[in-house]
Design a protein around this ligand. Structure first.
Ligand SMILES: CC(C)(COP(=O)(O)OP(=O)(O)OC[C@H]1O[C@@H](n2cnc3c(N)ncnc32)[C@H](O)[C@@H]1OP(=O)(O)O)[C@@H](O)C(=O)NCCC(=O)NCCS
Length: 165
């Protein structure tokens, strides 16, 4: 039996006429791509990379009708660790609690319970994530990274040499 067969069904919740869903089938990669093109962390990302990222993570979307208006995804082994990324709310829908709704759904998700560590990176939304238990790294000296800033924007997605920034 495929491991996917043991997964619980996607969550679907409604609030104020909007639908929050973790069903990957609802996400249109073109819409997410348009969001990410406007982001400070993934501008220039190719749509094929967006498709691949969706195929290997848990996506959480908020939909107005079928239109994606807010998004976050979780990269996780569903046992010990999770990374929260690509959190984005359409400009016209900001300030209505949608990112908090996404974070509530993520933190409450059945497949993401009992993990030993959650991580994320943010430029300026620390107080959003603090409301869901995130704290600054207690021991930043213990963490290392390979970070390719502006990776896609340089159009050099095959480069193996680290960037100079
Ligand atoms: C940041 C962002 C996701 C917030 O979404 P939102 O749906 O408008 O936010 P909400 O209405 O759910 O409220 C967010 C809460 O976090 C707080 N917050 C902290 N940093 C924030 C920020 N940079 N922008 C907006 N709210 C922020 C707000 O004050 C609010 O808390 P409160 O209701 O207790 O006062 C949205 O502005 C966005 O998409 N920005 C561009 C992309 C981005 O920065 N993504 C985050 C990358 S880590």
């Amino acid at each position: 039996m495929n491991r996917e067969d043991h997964r619980p069904p996607p969550i679907e919740e409604r609030r104020n006429g909007l639908l929050l869903s973790s069903d990957p089938a609802r996400v249109r990669p073109e819409e997410l791509h348009a969001f990410l093109q406007r982001s400070y962390w993934a501008r220039g990302i190719p749509i094929e990379v967006v498709r691949r990222s969706l195929a290997h993570s848990l996506p959480f979307g908020v939909y107005d009708g079928s239109r994606l208006v807010a998004f976050a995804r979780v990269i996780s082994d569903r046992a010990t660790f999770a990374w929260v990324g690509d959190v984005f709310v359409d400009e016209a829908y900001r300030g209505r609690g949608l990112s908090k709704w996404l974070m509530e759904a993520i933190r409450g998700h059945a497949e993401l319970q009992g993990l030993r560590r959650w991580l994320l990176a943010t430029h300026d939304a620390h107080t959003l994530y603090a409301q869901f238990g995130f704290k600054p790294l207690e021991r930043p000296q213990n963490f290392m990274e390979i970070a390719r800033r502006d990776f896609y924007h340089t159009n050099d997605t095959t480069a193996e040499t680290p960037p100079s920034v």
